[in-house]
Design a protein around this ligand. Structure first.
Ligand code: ADP
Length: 384
């Protein structure tokens, strides 16, 4: 129960909806359901929560527009349908969200965006900026250009990757079934729903079996993979049924429905440790007393004005050490600038360095969202 009530306080939320929830059996979009879900997401946003929407359905939408009933096996054809459908689906979402006063942004990702060092930071910064602007990012895999090697492959995994990328508090996966069952309910009449999964054991993986509906792709197996990614990074995940009335509001009010995978404290630390220790450190920034204080007590970003010296030759997006005037390491973070640009702007105020690097240069050298403090005993302590 305690895990459920935590969801009430979840501030940054990723919601993923599967194709089977968005489309009717006859291949048409289920406008009634789509509008209902969008109203619920808008209501979360109005409560002051940050919302990221991961939606499948581009190919299904494209098939509908092109008047096709059978999904083609041919990859270029699927990509063509995804191109048709992605813009159509986004147009529909934008209209519905606008009805409820929300601004949306389309973000198309591939695995490379999440795995490659500098792209990881770029994707993260872009998503965090959208959230800061109060916008609801609508995310899908970039099916139109993605080939197998750069594909995440299914939106269950994509949604977990996005939740980790953005340090979300919770991930809700909406499916055509109200949670994980002890066996595939379409085959096993005695299968029962599991309310809470604390650990992903081989037994749970076995229960999740293979793919499910004709429209959906991953079945329960990819949702369990998503849960593993989410839990390892300290993100609580819930699987619930997309067609249940007010399902989103109820999950985030702490009602007991679906299957919850609660993130544990230990996992929470993993996420911060990854930023602090999991990445290779490529340089060192020494800051002055004022800057060190602003970072340690003022929850401030690291600004160029406070930088005294830069060591190393690193690209933007690298992990660097931050040293106080005493020489003590006070934190680590991911930089927005490469070493040579940082050398040029160190000690300067934003308006002065913008004359050197151009008006579009970012104010923060390290944004506070990409900064981890190292307190006594090298225990990582991050804030948001
Ligand atoms: P979506 O399109 O929402 O991502 P899928 O159709 O891909 O959904 O996956 C959900 C389906 O997975 C269920 O409808 C069910 O048929 C199947 N499934 C297989 N094993 C299980 C299980 N242990 N518990 C629940 N559903 C399961």
């Amino acid at each position: 129960m305690a895990h459920r009530t935590q969801l009430k306080n979840a501030k940054r939320i990723v919601v993923k909806v599967g194709t089977s929830t968005l489309f009717l059996e006859n291949g048409k979009p289920d406008l009634y359901r789509i509008e209902h879900l969008i109203r619920e997401l808008s209501a979360l946003r109005n409560e002051g929560r940050e919302v990221i929407f991961v939606s499948s359905g581009a190919i299904a939408y494209g098939m509908n527009e092109a008047g096709m009933r059978e999904k083609p096996a041919d990859i270029p054809k699927k990509q063509a349908l995804a191109a048709i459908g992605q813009s159509g689906l986004m147009h529909l979402y934008k209209r519905f969200f606008a009805d409820y006063g929300q601004t949306t942004a389309q973000v198309l990702l591939t695995k490379e965006n999440a795995a490659r060092h500098h792209q990881y930071t770029n994707s993260r910064n872009a998503l965090l900026s959208l959230l800061e602007l109060g916008v609801i990012p609508v995310i899908n895999e970039n099916d139109v250009v993605a080939i197998d090697e750069i594909k995440i492959g299914d939106n269950d995994n994509l949604s977990a990757t996005v939740a980790v990328l953005t340090d979300a508090d919770a991930l809700l996966i909406l499916s055509d079934i109200d949670g994980v069952y002890t066996g595939n309910p379409s085959k096993d009449k005695d299968a029962r729903r599991i309310e809470e999964i604390l650990e992903i054991t081989p037994e749970i993986e076995r229960m999740a079996g293979g793919a499910g509906s004709s429209f959906g792709t991953g079945g329960m197996a990819t949702k369990i993979e998503a849960a593993r990614i989410a839990l390892n990074a300290g993100v609580t995940m819930v699987i619930a049924k997309g067609s249940d009335d007010e399902v989103i509001r109820r999950v985030f009010s702490g009602d007991v429905l679906g299957t919850i995978f609660p993130a544990r404290e230990a996992h929470l630390r993993t996420r911060q440790n990854w930023l602090a220790f999991g990445k290779r450190i490529e340089g060192t920034i020494a800051v002055d007393e004022g800057c060190a204080n602003a970072i340690l007590t003022g929850k401030s970003s690291l600004l160029a004005a406070g930088i005294v010296s830069v060591e190393g030759d690193f690209p933007a997006g690298s992990s660097v050490r931050i040293l106080a005037p005493s020489g003590q390491e006070i934190g680590r973070g991911i930089t927005n600038y490469n070493a040579s640009d940082m050398e040029k702007i160190k000690g300067l105020k934003s308006r002065d360095f913008k004359a050197i690097l151009g008006a579009s240069a970012r104010d923060e050298v390290i944004h506070r969202d990409n900064l981890v403090l190292l307190a006594q005993g090298m225990e990582a302590a991050a804030w948001r």
